[in-house]
Design a protein around this ligand. Structure first.
Ligand SMILES: Cc1cc2nc3c(=O)[nH]c(=O)nc-3n(C[C@H](O)[C@H](O)[C@H](O)COP(=O)(O)O)c2cc1C
Length: 344
């Protein structure tokens, strides 16, 4: 669980791109949510909107995303996308949503056009505008995610350590809400985290999809024409989870772990040092899974107990029922009674 400076706590995020531009979901997700909140309940997540840029951006087209299938099991094991951040621009988003009371919504922004100087200038103007729009239109964003690692941009170069720090400084100078920075395995992320921590610039780090060439060095991407695209989901776990572990060791900035593919993954990434998780491409593989996982987690939370040893639990949420069984003798008499009652 991440506790932000505004006092809000977050454990489950819907990653950028998972629930549309406003966190309510793409059309098929809205339909699912209408059918039953048990299938998809957007209110269970801190929804990160799909990334916005300072002005309209066509990207590479909406069909530049496809599943990666393991043909031995006939299962989807990930996703590759080279969408290139199509969006109508930041100003249009604010115009469209100025009357919405978006709950736990995280705006995601990037500046990717032109040379380095132009990108930075665009970024500064965008930060000043966001601050003014939020104030003037009374839009209550939960946080702002700075996407400084999109693998699908035409200049193809990710910001280096100094650039990331500069971008974060510029955001921090204008924006008063918590900042999350989104990084890539292809960046010097440990050094970035150390520098950001030193200057107290961001409150959490999230993780982007992995450039195709790192996951499949010997295979041609279906989106080779667009630089190969970014790979996410189960197939990217080795890369993204290694990053979770190293980041957690490098600084104390909370890490939001990606690539959750089944329920047990949540505990696993927490053991690696993550303090929250996001659901990204799994929303596309099985849109009902994240809701089920969070409901199950919350159910277990209701039943879980803080034993005397809970503070030593690396997962940080005390003990789940399973561990409860293992650690039974440590529990108080009171808790034992509740447990026996449930077991009956
Ligand atoms: C189709 C698609 C679109 C995405 N769009 C964005 C985006 O606009 N901005 C962004 O920061 N990340 C975007 N991502 C990356 C995800 O937010 C997430 O960081 C990535 O998929 C890794 O998480 P996962 O392994 O849990 O899927 C997108 C991913 C996919 C598959």
């Amino acid at each position: 669980m991440i506790r932000f400076s505004n006092g809000q706590e977050a454990m489950f995020f819907a990653a950028s791109g998972a629930l549309g531009f406003d966190g309510r979901g793409w059309w098929h997700e809205r339909l699912l949510s209408k059918i039953s909140k048990k299938l998809l309940d957007p209110s269970l997540f801190w929804a990160v909107g799909k990334t916005l840029t300072p002005s309209l951006r066509k990207g590479n087209g909406w069909f530049k995303a496809q599943p990666i299938i393991d043909w031995t099991t006939f299962r989807i094991v990930g996703w590759v996308n080279a969408l290139g951040m199509p969006n109508d621009g930041c100003a249009v988003w604010f115009l469209e949503h100025m009357r919405d009371g978006l709950r736990n919504f995280v705006l995601s922004v990037a500046s990717v056009n032109g040379d380095a100087k132009k990108r930075f200038l665009d970024w500064e103007i965008m930060m000043a505008s966001i601050a003014a729009w939020c104030d003037g239109l009374h839009i209550d964003l939960a946080a702002l995610e700075l996407n400084l690692s999109c693998p699908n941009t035409e200049h193809g170069k990710l910001p280096d350590v100094n650039e990331v720090v500069e971008f974060c400084r510029a955001a921090k100078a204008r924006i008063k809400i918590p900042l999350i920075v989104k990084l890539s395995v292809a960046q010097d992320y440990c050094e970035i985290a150390r520098r950001l921590e030193k200057e107290k610039l961001v409150e959490a780090i999230s993780i982007n999809s992995v450039p195709w060439r790192l996951v499949f060095p010997d295979r041609v991407s279906p989106f080779a024409k667009f630089g190969g695209g970014g790979v996410s989901g189960k197939i990217a776990q080795d890369h993204t989870w290694d990053m979770v572990r190293k980041l957690s060791e490098a600084s104390s900035i909370p890490v939001i772990a990606p690539s959750i593919w089944n329920y047990e993954d949540i505990d696993h990434v927490m053991q690696l040092g993550a303090q929250a998780v996001h659901f990204g491409s799994v929303f596309m593989a099985s849109p009902w899974f994240p809701t089920r996982a969070v409901r199950r987690w919350n159910e277990e939370q209701k039943l879980f107990v803080h034993s005397d040893h809970a503070d030593k639990d690396p997962v940080g949420r005390g003990i789940t029922i399973q561990r409860w069984l293992e650690k039974g003798p440590q529990l108080t008499e009171e808790v034992g009674k509740v447990f026996r009652a449930i077991k009956k």
